[in-house]
Design a protein around this ligand. Sequence first.
Ligand code: F6R
Length: 609
Amino acid sequence: MCGIVGYIGENKALPVLINGLTKLEYRGYDSAGIAVYNDGELFVKKCKGRLSNLKEIIGGDLEDTVIGIGHTRWATHGEPSVENAHPHTNVSSSIAVIHNGIFENYMAVKDWLINDMNISFKSETDTEVIAHLIDYYYDGDLLDAVNKTVEKMRGSYALAVICKQEPDKIIAVRKDSPLVVGIGENENFLASDIPALLKYTRNVYLIENNETVVLTKDSIVIYDELGHKMDREVYHVTWDEESAEKDGFEHFTLKEIYEQPKAIYDTINRRLDDNGNITIEGVNLTSEDLKKFNKVYIVACGTAYHAGLVGRYAIEKFANISVEVDIASEFRYREPFIDENTLFIAVSQSGETLDTLQSLREAKRRGARILSIVNVVGSSVARESDDVFYTWAGPEIGVASTKAYTTQLIAFYLLALKFGELNGHLDRSRYNELLDEMKKIPDKIDEILVDVSNVQQLASEQFNNESIFFMGRGLDVDSAFEASLKLKEISYINSFAIAAGELKHGTIALIENGTFVVSLATQEKLLEKMGSNIKEVKARGACVLAVTRFGNTEIEKVADSVWYIPEIIDEFAPVLSIISLQLFAYYVSLARGNDVDKPRNLAKSVTVE
Ligand code: F6R
């Protein structure tokens, strides 16, 4: 959730820290801070709010410093405030710590520090406890003190520590929170995410769970939890800094919506061989494996979960395998029927969502084969899976997921077709037909994006609503869930989605004069039924937008406004119907004056439970 950055080398540290934090601000943005070593002392500067506030309070006196750590926070323990912002220090301010994650048993340690060690705390955070604990163990060897400290910690964390007695090093530890080291020449870097490093290097080490790393200006040493030195292959990042820039768009969210045709094109076309066969590098399932699976279990959170709902439909339809879908935070706490005959699919843009990761581990313990659909290469979910389908959507910076979602849908379609081919459920002509349809999707999205004036117009009329309803049937309910989530997270309008057939079982009581209802009607066999549902809400005074398939002009007789998606088979309609609704959420958010890329209370990568 929080962003971590570190620098040690022969160049100035401050620009690297600030630039890195700017790239990481999407991970958390309620406060920010840095700690640097200068002239025999550690200096800590921190502030509430955005990074721009931090830049204002960093004075020129620290300009020449060559070692430092920086943090941008998403509050877990204690409200956003200067006191709770990281870095945190020990009493004498000789040790500074930044932390991403949660130190679960911090209260017991804090009580002990207060009662037995007489320490008085400056903040409400679990992180400050870490700084005091390192101090307690410090006896001239920072690495040893950090190791002893993490032995006492339960939970998930990525930590970075500097100390005034040993100003030639940064020590960092990772457990269930991402950490990467950037390799430079006479300088080295540390970050929670690759985009923070791209301005300086594309060569990185991916730090594994329970590893500690010691960075000096000219060395990087990685240790496992037993203290053994570890070899690590250099991972070369292929995408560049520009792909993590706004590229002339006002917001990352808008840019990422417009990138969907290309992202989808890449996701499909890099998986087709010269004979039109789907070959998914990283997924090594055979027809024997497929015959063995009596169930597929899809687990994810938020938008990725919504992709899983569509995935269920595709796998059941094209491969005839029974599928269950669950929210990761719920899955973990039930007794799922999972064994070695189960294919478990984890879906995650970041690959670091803790609930998804823990669900994956639970499924693994029960013997399932693990396949993940992941965007961030080398992330934890990907590394712990048996098979990985990378969506290759490129970096997604906007907190609201857009291109990651549509490429997840494509990943499911490709997997479903592949499974159907492998287990013999799909004959060759149907398989080819479906693939040909899929290949047309990028152009059809382009058609939608060419003129969005109707979306802008409706957003300008509806942005002041207090609540908005979404409804649909079949695959359209899944899209309705996603469209509603998109709207609420960036506009803060109270929106929710419902299966249209469920309306009359209670929810219709909420419809009154002027209630704005978005009605998805793309599924051929359900068009008439949706028409009736629209009439039901219209009869109670609702104002209805219908999103429907090209040619369904009948709907104009009942809905107040209609947006058409280009012709497409029912199964693939969710990829098209969501595009205008993502844009609708964007323009409503903009009209309300919200920070679209960094909506309140959210963070891009949820590495806490
Ligand atoms: C919504 C959104 C979240 C994420 C969810 C899972 O726009 O972005 O709902 O989809 O937090 O994140 P990942 O996919 O990184 O596991």
